[in-house]
Design a binder for this molecule. Sequence first.
Ligand SMILES: [Fe+2]
Length: 308
Amino acid sequence: MRKGVMRPGHVQLRVLDMEEAVVHYRDRLGLIEVNRDSQNRAYFKGWTEIDSFSVVLREADEPGMDFMGFKVTTPDVLEERKQELIEYGCSVEVIPAGELDGCGERIRFDSPTGHYFELYAEKEQPGKWGISPKNPDAWPEELKGMRATRFDHCLLYGDDIDGTADLLQKVLGFQLSEQVVDQESGTRVAAFLTVSTKAHDIAFVRHPEKGKFHHASFWLDTWEDVLRAADLISMHDISLDIGPTRHGLTHGQTIYFFDPSGNRNEVFCGGDYTYPDHPVVTWDAEQIGKAIFYHDRVLNEAFLGVVT
Ligand SMILES: [Fe+2]
């Protein structure tokens, strides 16, 4: 059952060197740099996003993710979900409006995998960047780098992925779209969840440490755009993880690389869709190579082990 949670709305990432990071996210990924706040955090958005920002970078000593936020439909829904999160047993913190420039009140809560998530109902809405909302042209000509269109999802690593999946499903109305299950033990090793008709809005892989970040992903329109991203990765000697290739899980066409601080990024296109009546797609753990990298059919060590 949907519970008024609409979409991934923002992610705050820690970076080691702000100026290097800004060059990466603005000039290589092609996000739009929209703001720098009084804490020196840098704000970005994909050009098709109507809200004012979706990626926030904070300079710190260690890379990784501070939190990921989801936008809900109304302030009433925000209040209802807050009460349900408290009843579920989460520790809930209210972050006042304006702590992030242009964002309304945020409800931050912890999860069994040790990740912090937020809900919010209001954010300034300047509209898509570079095109008019009236008689809009197809795309703005000024885009840079990979021309990432929007922030799409995160993949997170942690121990109790069943616990976090249960929280997201019961309290926030997420739907389990795909999973990887070890058939012998019955252990779920990966869970893909959606609040929309996308194949996933967030995903988890079982991992002994809590609170780890695997990647933030951005949408491109075509396979040609993914190949063009691969060219840019070589042109600028960006650290490549794997790709271009296709996933078995979700069937997206993808490439993975690292920002200068070691946080993994993905750009991808295509893939499956999910409606509420769709059954859960299950991959066997013994097919994990093909599930993750459909062409190579083997996992690379970096993809499994390198998290921030
Ligand atoms: Fe992804």
